[in-house]
Write a protein that binds this ligand. Structure first.
Ligand SMILES: Nc1ncnc2c1ncn2[C@@H]1O[C@H](COP(=O)(O)OP(=O)(O)OP(=O)(O)O)[C@@H](O)[C@H]1O
Length: 377
């Protein structure tokens, strides 16, 4: 799918807008504080039911309002809508006008990925960001994963309650046995997914970071000592677990390490290179999602000019043209988009050049199309 129209109402500083999207490339240009990230946040919100900037959903409603709406229509006229009343806490999820109870129903129809200037956290932050990144792909690529993961988390909670409440040994043994089995299943599915990602990655690194592509390696850490059986690891750490009050090993503790010449990536690459690496990783994931999923991913890139020089932006434009998905890019300065403009000129039937993208200016929350090919209602 690709977004054909996006409508927002009372969302952050955005005036109530309906925007017509290009199926491939869309650019939003505006000054600091104009509303570019808010627009990406609205698209992200439909795909994930949450923001990429705040865990407090009430922050998304425009000041002095307590109800906001985001809806999109895709290229097949499928309508996805999400509204939130922050006063009552009620969330309404609608697909083609019909109410649904689960956000995951929306996510089955749309796969949104985002790269922001803060996405560096993936490399130098704790494992939480990397887990989130990998599990986003897992959800879309391994269709039975959500069920497996829900079941795992249910058992994890039970096991943690046994540890916390120092329940009798037989209860803990019971839950530990199921926990180990589910951990091994989840770890197996994840390791297959990470292996697929690692296979796809070199193609994008060759475009975005050709000088380091050959030096990259990726390590998947399953969530307990690599060479140990989980049951044995848990038995050996029983006292430590009692001290912490939760399961210290298991599939929820997995991590992925990115290495350059066997050293941690964050100690080897500049910030610009880290951004390119992250883009390569995101493109690889988008490719995997597009391959198995009925929905094509939508890729959001916030502040494309940050950290990237003109050669890097040219490389990014090359990579984008090879990716079969919809891309939405924001920039503070129009000039940083030049490589994309150059690469997306097409010759129409009359033999003249035409822009194969849509471009918008964002000013004080108002979004206006730049050329006449885009309509705004
Ligand atoms: N709930 C809200 N209601 C109204 N306005 C808000 C709300 N939350 C944030 N804002 C304002 O919305 C404006 C747009 O913010 P946004 O982060 O989208 O800007 P941006 O164009 O991405 O800027 P930058 O280029 O600096 O990243 C900011 O001025 C911010 O103060």
């Amino acid at each position: 799918m690709s977004v054909a129209k996006l409508t927002t109402y009372n969302f952050r500083n955005l005036s109530s807008v309906t925007i017509d999207f290009h199926p491939k490339l869309n650019f939003f240009v505006g000054d600091n504080g104009s509303g570019k990230s808010s627009l990406l946040e609205a698209i992200f919100f439909i795909g994930h039911g949450k923001s990429f900037r705040t865990s407090k959903v009430e922050h998304l409603a425009s000041y002095d309002t307590d109800n906001f709406v985001v809806s999109i229509k895709d290229d097949n006229d499928l309508q996805l809508g999400l509204s939130k009343n922050t006063a009552s806490g009620v969330t309404l999820i609608k697909i083609n006008g019909e109410r649904h109870a689960r956000l995951s129903e929306l996510a089955k129809n749309i796969a949104v990925q985002i790269v922001t200037p803060e996405s560096f956290k993936l490399f130098f932050g704790g494992p939480k960001e990397r887990r989130r990144f990998i599990d986003l792909g897992m959800f879309h690529v391994k269709h039975d994963f959500s069920k497996q993961w829900r079941e795992f988390n249910r058992v994890l909670k039970q096991r943690n309650a046994c540890i916390r409440n120092a329940l009798d040994k037989s209860s803990l043994d019971y839950w530990t046995k199921i926990f180990c089995q589910l951990s091994e299943n989840v770890a197996e599915t994840r390791s297959q997914y990470v292996a697929d990602l690692v296979t796809e990655l070199p193609f994008w690194l060759a475009i975005l970071l050709p000088n380091i592509a050959a030096k990259v390696s990726v390590q998947y850490l399953q969530g307990w000592p690599q060479k140990k059986n989980l049951m044995a690891a848990l038995q050996d750490s029983h006292e430590r677990e009692q001290g912490f009050g939760y399961s210290i090993y298991g599939a929820h503790k997995f991590d992925v390490k990115f290495l350059i010449a066997k050293q941690p990536l964050e100690s080897q690459l500049s910030r610009g290179q880290q951004k390119l690496f992250l883009l390569a990783l995101t493109f690889a994931q988008a490719k995997l999602i597009a391959r198995v999923n009925r929905v094509k991913p939508i890729l959001l890139i916030d502040d494309v000019g940050a950290e990237l020089d003109s050669n890097s932006r040219q490389a990014l434009s090359n990579a984008t043209s090879k990716l079969d998905c919809q891309v939405v890019i924001t920039a503070i300065e129009e000039s940083v988009l030049q490589p994309f403009f150059n690469d997306s000129q097409v010759i129409n039937n009359e033999g003249s050049e035409k822009n194969n993208y849509h471009m918008f200016h964002v000013k004080h929350g108002v979004i206006l199309p730049v050329n006449n090919s885009v309509m705004i209602e």
